[in-house]
Design a binder for this molecule. Structure first.
Ligand code: NAD
Ligand code: MG
Length: 394
């Protein structure tokens, strides 16, 4: 057997990071976590290093580098230590890995995702915000690097599995529509009036999935599905009209592909990210993910319904940004990150997340996406606009 895949897990201390490390640990002959990176959770990162023995550990916050080194040396772990955002990007493109799991949350993951793509790594993409911000630039970086992208986001991983050979070029495969399923989040079926006093704790209590706080709020507002529509458009080169969202509360059908002959292929499984992660890590092979087999008979029925765009306006705003083109989706993403942060801090009502995003989109009409530098600048401008709107609202 060939030597194990060398895997950089960026966002190792998060929900996707820990699911990834769980799958990796089940297959030491195939996979090795050679690089682990996290933001500020120095204790958790050090513990992961004790367990997984990477060659390199990177902490995003440079102030914590010394503490990480001390903890590792006290635990007798022999691994290199680095710090700062540039060190994460260097690790993603460097010789210590051939595969990168991009599982940092938010726009903070963009640089390392691009670095991995340019370096021709196998890129396992969980960090949807980077493709929402910079879809065309990320695809160009992938072409330049000659590597491959396999989506980890469960819907996109499902679509990848339902396309022949995972082929993303819809033009030649007889595909009519991509159908992204959405659980509907914890507030499915509620009216706007019922959502007025929602707290962060209520929003983060997802009925089916256990996830980080930012994506949990995005799931509750349906912005997560909006970001995923944008992600699908880029990944599979689809037009906005060829992507449909279907609410499916059981979260067992992870997405579907409809072909011109009327066939509809779906991927099903228990709602556990380890299935998508194991698929992407081993592709084109299959390995055990640790996820229990799906017992369809135990689930009485599968339901499907249209999303309520009037109540969950974030999804409508995402379609609007997609149709507006240029960098509108980057503006949408930046405004949403700030609004969600404010909501989680108790400084913005749940329903106002959409208002902030809409105001920023109106204030900043789209511009063409040229390069990473100008995009980062626009990201900053959108964040400033969102913060100003928040200040004025208080
Ligand atoms: P999380 O909050 O649980 O973990 C985030 C990770 O990113 C942590 O390890 C944190 O240390 C790291 N991080 C945050 N900011 C950073 C920075 N500035 N520099 C370096 N590292 C930083 O989030 P999650 O739920 O694991 O989600 C991660 C990504 O995966 C998100 O983009 C999310 O949309 C996507 N995703 C998650 C799930 C899921 O089930 N959790 C499913 C699909 C897609
Ligand atoms: Mg998803």
């Amino acid at each position: 057997m060939s030597s194990p895949r060398q895997i950089a897990v960026l966002g190792a201390t998060g929900s996707i990071g820990s699911s990834t490390l769980d799958v990796i640990a089940r297959h030491p002959e195939r996979f090795r976590a050679s690089v682990l990176a996290a933001h500020r959770q120095v204790e958790a990162l050090a513990e992961l290093c004790v367990r997984h023995r990477p060659a390199l550990a990177v902490i995003g916050d440079p102030a914590l580098e010394g503490e990480l080194a001390r903890r590792l040396s006290a635990a007798g772990v022999d691994c290199a230590v680095a710090a700062g955002p540039e060190a994460i990007s260097e690790a993603a493109s460097g010789s210590l890995c051939d595969t990168v799991v991009a599982a940092i949350v938010g726009a903070a993951g963009l640089d390392s995702t691009l670095a991995a793509a340019r370096a021709g790594k196998r890129l396992l993409l969980a960090n949807k915000e980077s493709i929402v911000m910079a879809g065309p630039l990320l695809l160009a970086a992938l072409r330049q690097g000659g590597g491959e992208l396999i989506p980890i986001d469960s819907e996109h991983n499902a679509i990848f599995q339902c396309l022949p050979g995972g082929r993303p070029d819809l033009g030649h495969s007889g595909v009519r529509r991509l159908i992204l399923t959405a659980s509907g989040g914890p507030f499915r079926g509620r009216s706007r009036a019922e959502l007025a006093g929602i707290t962060p704790e209520q929003a983060c209590r997802h009925p089916n999935w256990s996830m980080g706080r930012k994506i949990s709020v995005d799931s509750a507002t349906l912005m997560n599905k909006g970001l995923e529509v944008i992600e699908a458009l880029h990944l599979f080169q689809a037009s906005p009209d060829a992507i449909e969202v279907l609410v499916h509360p059981q979260s067992l059908v992870h997405s579907l592909v409809e072909y011109v002959d009327g066939s509809v292929l779906a991927q099903l499984g228990n709602p556990d990210m380890r299935t998508a992660i194991a698929h992407a890590l081993a592709w084109p092979d299959r390995v055990d993910s640790g996820v229990p087999p799906l017992d369809l008979a135990a689930h009485a029925a599968l339901h499907f319904e249209q999303p309520d765009l009037g109540t969950f306006r974030c999804l409508a705003l995402a379609f609007q940004a997609l149709r507006a083109g240029g960098d509108a989706t980057a503006i949408l993403n930046a405004a949403n990150e700030i609004a969600v942060e404010a909501f989680l801090a108790g400084a913005l009502p749940f329903l106002s997340i959409a208002d902030v995003v809409e105001s920023v989109l109106m204030e900043l009409p789209p511009q063409p996406v040229v390069d990473v530098q100008s995009l980062t600048e626009r990201d900053r401008t959108a964040r400033e606009a969102a913060r100003r709107i928040l200040r004025n609202a208080c």
